[in-house]
Design a protein around this ligand. Sequence first.
Ligand code: GTP
Ligand code: MG
Length: 364
Amino acid sequence: MKLALMGISNSGRTTIFNGLTGQDAATACYAGAETKPNVAVVKVPDHRIDQLACVFKPKKITYATVEYMDYLGLTKGDAEQNGKVIDFLKNADALVYVLRGFDDEHVAHPLGGVDPVRDFDTLETELLIFDLDLTEKRLLHMEEAARRGKPPHKDERSAVLACKETLEKGMPLRCMEFDETQKLALKHLTFISSLPVMAVINVAECDLKSERSSAWQEAIRERTGRFTLDPMTPIVLSGKSEMEIARLPREEAAEFLKDLGVDVSARERMIKESYQMLGLISFLTVGEDEVRAWTIRNGTEARTAAGKIHTDLERGFIRAEVVSYDDFIGVGSLAAARAKGLLRLEGKTYIVRDGDIIDFRFSV
Ligand SMILES: Nc1nc2c(ncn2[C@@H]2O[C@H](COP(=O)(O)OP(=O)(O)OP(=O)(O)O)[C@@H](O)[C@H]2O)c(=O)[nH]1
Ligand SMILES: [Mg+2]
């Protein structure tokens, strides 16, 4: 799962990237020189894995991971740079909008002053423009092909027209419902506004719980609510403090968070939220060799989940032995879970739930 940070230049993306990944990428104001993207894989914090590791004392502990990517920011009117940014973002599974909410006269704001709601609109518009452009190019291409005697596939033409109509209303494609025919017809096109999005507002420490931050959150929630029944509430965080926290030893980090009056770090909230946004859950495998979390889409059947581990497990699937994490922790061992009837035998179509501890039986 790849999450790309997107934002106007100087919104603090690289600072947040460092906070999320513990890296030390340069955060100086971008001076127009060619830079390489920052990329890092981070572990998804999961207390269940920590607990299970205490029980099984495995040789290896493996958390689920997400990959963060950070590159150039959008600027006002630099079409070439903005085009590069969008091309980069197309590699992602989801976007994280970084909206600047901190005042600092030494850090220039390409759009004038601090206004995360306007910046949110700017990012949304940028995606719409690129997608609209893609629909137009595609339609033109189909017309030209038709003139040369190769009529377009009717499903693609109508699907692209439907996208165009949506975009012209100012609605991102992520809010549009596609039927199976449309999905198939559009499969070869990458529409950037169809990616899931979450937003973070990067504020000064003193604004972590301020009225102005709540007002920003509410305004963005209201905007996204125009097109969906499931509006988003941006996360308010302080990129600078997150970066400092990421550099501290664990215990000191906890102290720091307590001083800030927050119980979990923004890093943890962001990772959890991105999981939810993408409809992802984890199932767990346990043993003396390894305790591990595996990422799957919510709604995945047991047999497909087995295939995450190895194709042999999917091919030769016999059954899954399942106990929920909570049931397991309640009794403390697999033997006790079995004795109490908490260990269930499930077939290949069983829908795996978040936190299921699974042992797959298979034969090839
Ligand atoms: N005062 C203050 N400054 C910040 C904060 N977050 C980032 N900055 C500063 O803002 C400048 C830009 O931060 P970056 O993290 O490089 O921002 P960016 O969005 O990656 O910028 P570009 O990649 O150049 O577009 C740096 O000088 C940071 O130190 C913050 O919360 N408060
Ligand atoms: Mg940067």
